[in-house]
Design a protein around this ligand. Structure first.
Ligand SMILES: Cc1ncc(C[n+]2csc(CCOP(=O)(O)OP(=O)(O)O)c2C)c(N)n1
Ligand SMILES: [Mg+2]
Length: 355
């Protein structure tokens, strides 16, 4: 697709390509990017390890997708909305969620859905693509209220085959809602590779049907992600409506800890992608090329990340025991008779177990 060439600011060797790089690229900012990427990757690996030790429930890893999530979330303003899926903890953390909250979520705790005071972060959407409608609605509401706030919504390649994707884009286009549709094309929907899922060559081209801009970028290039998302958000704030961004990326690991990817793909070739595609290695190469790399600093931030993660685990593990009512309390504003019935049955079951 001529029209949807992949946008890159940095090549695999960390060289800047022919793009005007805005002034925001200060040394501090570049270091912040690297530090954030390092933290979320270490967190992701630790979460898998906790799940394997029986200290965390099923977990959805995002290793490989860090630049797409961190770069896009950093482009937001504090009063914007963020609608994540079950794989977008790096985006949520970057926008303000604590690591403890993310861990509580994966231990099935309702407290894991509560954003910090004043932050508009939705609970992760597990039903695929439903969040595109929520984000469009929130953005339409902001527009009606006359604010300057925008929304970003994350979703995968598989989600673009759902009706909700099309409904969301159509509504947002018609009502010029200030929303950025941020697709992470990690090329798999569980075990289904993208070529078995759709005949479209790109996801960005799906924007044509709704007469909105479509941007295809290298999702492992944090500069491209950050600056292109920023542009889309600015466009939204100017009242020009939504943008569809396709960030092409890759998940190295399993769909979730309940999945065995070796059953449907060659995990050795997945690992080989690190050589030229890895978002963190690429930024590190850029910093080395620019002469701004400092090995001692790297050791410091790795050790700092480890401490932050250990503290979050301690907080999660010392959290008070859950209240059984939480399971039933948040389904509807007022519980229906079916929910009440299930709650009673569950209490009866617990009485039997405890006898
Ligand atoms: C409506 C709905 N249908 C099916 C599922 C089961 N399911 C969970 S994840 C997933 C694949 C989603 O793939 P993609 O949108 O590419 O996101 P990724 O997991 O790759 O981040 C499916 C089909 C679901 N959660 N919701
Ligand atoms: Mg996918």
């Amino acid at each position: 697709m001529e029209q949807f060439q992949m946008i890159r600011y940095l090549d695999g060797n960390g060289n800047l390509l022919n793009f005007e790089i805005p002034k925001a690229l200060s040394l501090d900012f570049i270091k912040e990017l690297y530090e954030r990427l390092t933290l979320v990757r270490a967190f992701d690996r630790k979460a898998i390890s906790l799940q394997r030790q029986g200290r965390l429930g099923t977990y959805a890893p995002f290793e490989g997708q860090e630049a797409a999530q961190v770069g896009s979330a950093l482009a937001l303003q504090p009063n914007d909305w963020l609608f994540p899926t079950y794989r977008d903890h790096a985006a949520s953390i970057t926008f303000g969620h604590s690591l403890k909250t993310i861990l509580l979520y994966w231990n099935g705790r309702v407290e894991g859905c509560v954003p910090p005071e004043g932050k508009k972060i939705f609970p992760p959407a597990v039903p695929i693509a439903t969040q595109l409608l929520h984000a469009t609605g929130a953005a339409m509401a902001e527009k009606r209220k006359g604010t300057n706030n925008a929304a970003i919504v994350y979703f995968g390649d598989g989600a673009t085959s759902e009706g909700d994707f099309h409904e969301g884009l159509n509504f947002a286009s018609v009502f010029k809602a200030p929303v950025v549709f941020f697709n992470q094309n990690n090329q798999y929907a569980i075990s289904v590779p993208i070529e078995k899922q759709m005949n479209s060559e790109t996801i960005a081209q799906k924007s044509v049907a709704y007469s909105i801009p479509g941007v295809r970028l290298d999702g492992n290039d944090i500069f491209a992600v950050y600056f292109e998302t920023k542009k889309a958000l600015e466009r939204a704030r100017r009242g020009e409506g939504p943008t569809l961004i396709e960030a092409v990326t890759w998940r190295y690991g399993a769909h979730t800890t309940a999945d065995d990817p070796t059953k449907y793909r060659d995990q050795n070739s997945s690992e080989k992608r690190r050589e030229n595609g890895d978002p963190i290695i690429r930024l590190e190469r850029y910093m080395k090329n620019e002469g701004i790399w400092d090995e001692t600093w790297k050791e410091e931030i790795v050790s700092k990340a480890g401490k932050i993660i250990e503290k979050a685990i301690e907080e999660m593990e010392s959290f008070p025991e859950p209240n059984v009512d939480d399971l039933f309390a948040h389904v509807f504003a007022e519980p229906t008779w079916t929910i009440k019935d299930q709650r009673d049955q569950y209490y009866e079951f617990l009485r039997g177990v405890n006898q």
